[in-house]
Write a protein that binds this ligand. Structure first.
Ligand code: C2E
Ligand code: CA
Ligand code: CA
Length: 895
């Protein structure tokens, strides 16, 4: 079969060359070349003599033999060559037939000169299908007809010659890659290779690659790969594109320094190097890159990808823009820090314990005391590690109880700390996990040692007077109740003493409150000594209560006298001699009261009487005193209805210039004085109902009515005289006095300059700062302020300095004594001088005689007021003085 493949016979140059050599050798002998061996000797025989013929014959035989030998040699050589030629042909043909590719060769006439078995196999052809003279195009035409060529013959030649060849598809899904080579002699060789597998693989590869690329493109993380040799990007996903704001085409093939700013590129390179140098071929870091004007924080992860020989091939970089997350986590971190700070600084200790193993997870600064160590050293420990075994056992038992309860458990218990044994109030709160099982135990042990001490101190304070440490009124009433309980039905008696300290106010005013306080402490001490273990209590500022058993009232009287004696002795306080006295009221159980309150009230009523008598007096309660007190209560009730019932009215007393005679003393204004016409009792003097109104607070409402009434009245006068209205200290303490005066002035239309408010030093004694502030504001309204009853109090002088009063009213007591007592004259004279020095005008009250008026006029007193000039009367009586001409005679001429 091999020889058949070579249909052209092939070209063998070796035998030809051998023949040429041989001819050249025999040519001189005249032998005709190309003739058969037998002919040539005959040509030589015909032309020689006999000797010569012989010689020639022998020579001819030799030559012939030689020629024959040569011919034989040539023949054998030719055979040898042919054999090897055939062997080679067979080998080549065999080899070509065994190729995995189909091979077809044509000669310059396009005739098929060779076609291997693989070709026939690929296209399902038989060798007999290919005739000896068949051309390439004819073969293709045939294949086309048989359906094993899916392109036209022209296209075949057009595309198969391309370097990449032509892929044709065969039925059954196989693909054949055809490559056509034109030979220099005009012939051609075409190879046909079944590439179905590769195509499948490459298709698979392509789709896998596409899949991976689409995955990578859709992950939100930036992915890039770069070549390790030159650091150029070989891949970048969409996230990378988005982040870098460069298209993929602009990234791939570039180095970091061609894309990013120098600083960023440098940090990228540094990270790349670190990843490459790291033993595991991985590197994780965070760094900041500049993108345009903004800075972004990236979290990156680098992995070195290696080839089969474990040589680094690519660097895969994954990175994520965590700027927002970072700031969020920063915020979270800050919040956490903040909360930690809060937890650490709350004044209550906080301990969080894990329920599963009882270990402390967290403790704040305040908890350091109870834990006896720094908070960070406590985490991980259990109660058993921290507390002594006995305490730990108790603590653990309480923890377990709280865990069992799954709620809040509060307990108080002592714990020994470095500051000694302290009392802790611990709240235990169980925190449940999602499954509803206890997970954490939050404990807030609060050191309540001091609080409990304070509480017991407060209890003491609630029943004791802070200054003298004597039992107070509440505790005195308790003691009284106990005493009553003990004596009830036994026929035993006891006395309640109510003792009022005289002159405390003076001591306060003259020496200051510190001295007054020391005096009280000393008085309390002397009382306790005198009472010899009996109950002594401080009931109010300068009022004390005592209980004394024994035969009454003798025992009570005796104690009262002893007290008076004990307190009559001078007190030495801070080197100063201080004097005081006492008045005592006594009530006796059971005759003066069956309960603590009435016994004390009755002792108080007796004291009231004692004070009214004289200094140092003692008074035992009598039932009519009780009646008086009850009367007061009824009167008080009546008073509360007085305004509503129109029982209150105002009388007006003139104030005049101080001249030698009443007639020449021109009236400059009136003082309004309240009057109460009780429906049953008749006329009630202001000295009775004003204190009552003050005590009950009724004075505020009443004062408002008086002020409005007086201003309304004065505003109606034709003459713009002054109107003086008395204000009670209570009016300064309650309500909006300034607002009231202001609105009444507006309401009545009275010019502020005509209104004069008379106040007593009580306003400044009760609350100096408040009193002063209110006076200033009142004065700012344009009204005038006068100091009433000057000289009757204790420290009027200092108040004169504190506030620029417009007027000073010298107390009636000094005026009354003018004729009788030489000191009064000098006092009045001094006050007038003082007032003028302070640019305050002076009014003398209670002027009843011509002498008094004369004296005051001589001394330069500015104004006078008193019965001598006119009594307090209804204003109708003074109609002429206020300018109402159509009324009756002026009262001052008659009174
Ligand atoms: P006061 O403010 O010092 O009023 C002067 C008192 O002296 C009046 O007594 C008046 O009648 C009386 N008086 C006037 N001239 C003479 C006189 O020549 N000889 C004598 N022996 N007494 C004279 P009244 O009206 O009984 O008032 C007593 C006190 O009642 C007043 O003293 C005042 O402190 C208070 N009071 C009277 N009316 C009011 C008022 O409307 N509001 C307030 N808060 N207190 C008032
Ligand atoms: Ca007055
Ligand atoms: Ca007065």
């Amino acid at each position: 079969m091999a020889d058949k493949n070579w249909q052209a016979g092939g070209k063998n140059l070796i035998p030809a060359r051998a023949a040429v050599c041989l001819v050249a050798l025999v040519a001189p002998l005249g032998a005709a070349w190309g003739l058969p061996d037998s002919i040539a000797p005959a040509n030589y025989v015909g032309s020689a003599d006999p000797n010569t013929v012989w010689e020639m014959l022998i020579g001819g035989i030799v030559v012939c033999s030689l020629l024959a030998a040569i011919a034989l040699w040539i023949l054998s050589a030719l055979r040898k060559v042919k054999r090897s030629q055939l062997r080679r042909n067979a080998f080549v043909s065999n080899a070509l037939n065994n190729l995995s590719q189909g091979v077809v060769m044509t000669d310059p006439q396009k005739r098929i000169v060779f076609c291997n078995d693989r070709y026939l196999e690929i296209y399902g052809l038989l060798r007999s299908d290919i005739s000896g003279s068949m051309t390439g195009p004819e073969l293709l035409e045939m294949r086309h007809k048989r359906g094993v060529l899916d392109v036209s013959v022209e296209d075949f030649y057009k595309y198969a010659g391309n370097p990449e060849g032509l892929v044709t598809e065969l039925p059954g899904g196989r693909s054949i890659l055809v490559k056509y080579f034109a030979l220099p002699n005009g012939g051609s060789v075409a190879t046909h290779e079944d590439c179905s597998e590769q195509r499948k693989l490459s298709r698979q590869l392509a789709s896998t690659k596409q899949f991976l690329e689409s995955v990578l493109d859709n992950v939100p993380v930036c992915v890039a790969a770069k070549s390790i040799d030159d650091g150029r990007y070989i891949f970048a996903n969409r996230a990378f594109e988005r982040f870098s704001r460069f298209s993929r085409d602009n990234i791939v093939g570039k180095r970091a320094d061609e894309i990013f700013q120098p600083e960023t590129a440098a940090s990228i390179d540094a990270a790349d190097r670190t990843a490459l140098d790291s033993p595991g071929g991985q590197f994780r870091n965070q760094f900041i890159v500049e993108r345009g004007s903004e800075k972004r924080v990236l979290a990156s992860f680098r992995v070195v990808a290696r080839d089969e020989k474990n040589q680094p091939e690519f660097l895969i970089v994954l990175f994520e823009d965590i700027t927002e997350r970072k700031s969020l986590s920063q915020e979270l971190e800050n919040t956490k820090k903040f909360l930690e700070l809060v937890v650490d600084n709350i004044p209550v200790s906080l301990i969080v314990e894990s329920v599963s193993d009882g270990r402390y997870l967290l403790a704040n600064r305040s908890a350091e005391t109870i834990l006896n160590r720094r908070r960070e050293d406590a985490t991980g420990l259990t109660a058993a590690d921290i507390f002594d075994p006995r305490e730990a056992k108790l603590i653990i038992a309480r923890d377990e109880a709280a865990i069992r309860k799954r709620g809040l458990l509060t307990e108080e218990h002592p714990i020994s700390t470095k500051d000694g044994l302290r009392l802790f109030l611990t709240r235990r709160m169980t925190v449940l996990d999602e499954a509803g099982e206890p997970q954490y135990l939050i404990k807030t042990p609060e050191d309540v040692t001091d609080r409990r001490q304070t509480e017991s101190r407060m209890v003491h304070m609630a029943y004791h007077d802070g200054l003298t440490d004597l039992p107070n009124r509440a505790s005195f009433l308790q003691a009284l109740s106990q005493m009553i309980e003990a004596c009830e039905g036994t026929g035993e008696e006891f006395a309640v003493l109510c003792v009022d300290l005289d002159g405390l106010k003076e001591v306060n005013d003259v020496f200051g409150h510190a001295t007054g306080d020391k005096l009280l402490i000393e008085v309390a001490r002397r009382m306790q000594t005198t009472a010899r273990g009996g109950v002594v209590a401080r009931l109010s500022g300068d009022e004390f209560g005592l209980i004394i058993d024994g035969k009454q009232p003798a025992a009570g009287m005796a104690l009262a006298e002893q007290l008076a004696q004990a307190l009559a002795n001078e007190f030495q306080i801070d080197g100063k001699s201080v004097r005081t006295g006492v008045a005592t009221g006594i009530s006796v159980f059971p005759r003066n009261g069956a309960d603590a309150a009435s016994l004390l009230a009755n002792a108080g009523a007796a004291l009231f009487r004692a004070k009214a008598k004289s200094r140092g007096s003692i008074s035992i309660f009598e039932p009519e005193m009780d009646q008086q007190i009850r009367d007061r209560r009824v009167l008080h009730q009546d008073l509360s209805l007085a305004i509503k019932n129109g029982e209150l009215s105002l009388y007006y007393q003139p104030q005049a210039m101080a001249r030698q005679t009443a007639a020449s003393s021109e009236v400059i204004g009136f003082e309004a004085l309240a009057r109460w016409q009780h429906p049953i009792r008749g006329f009630v003097p202001p000295s009775d109902f004003i204190p009552l109104a003050e005590e009950s607070g009724l004075i505020v409402e009443m004062g408002e009515w008086i002020l409005r009434e007086a201003c309304r009245e004065a505003a109606s006068w034709p003459m713009p005289l002054q109107i003086a209205v008395n204000l009670s200290p209570a009016q300064f303490m309650h309500g909006d006095l300034v607002g009231l005066v202001h609105s009444i002035l507006l309401e009545t239309g009275l010019s502020p300059g005509r209104l004069e408010l008379e106040i007593t030093e009580g306003v400044l004694i009760e609350d100096f700062d408040r009193g002063l502030a209110l006076l200033r504001r009142l004065k700012a309204l344009g009204v005038r302020i006068s100091m009433d009853d000057f000289g009757s109090g204790y420290s009027s002088l200092s108040y004169l300095q504190a506030f620029p009063f417009d007027k000073i009213k010298i107390d009636r007591a000094f005026v009354i004594n003018l004729g009788r007592n030489p000191q009064s004259a000098s006092i009045v004279r001094a006050v007038i001088g003082l007032g003028h020095g302070l640019e305050m005008s002076i009014v003398a009250e209670g002027v009843e005689t011509q002498e008094q008026l004369g004296f005051l006029a001589d001394e330069g007193c500015d104004a006078v007021q008193g019965y001598f000039l006119g009594k307090p009367l209804p204003i109708a009586q003074y109609a002429v003085l206020v300018g109402r001409t159509d009324t009756m005679e002026p009262a001052r001429k008659t009174g």
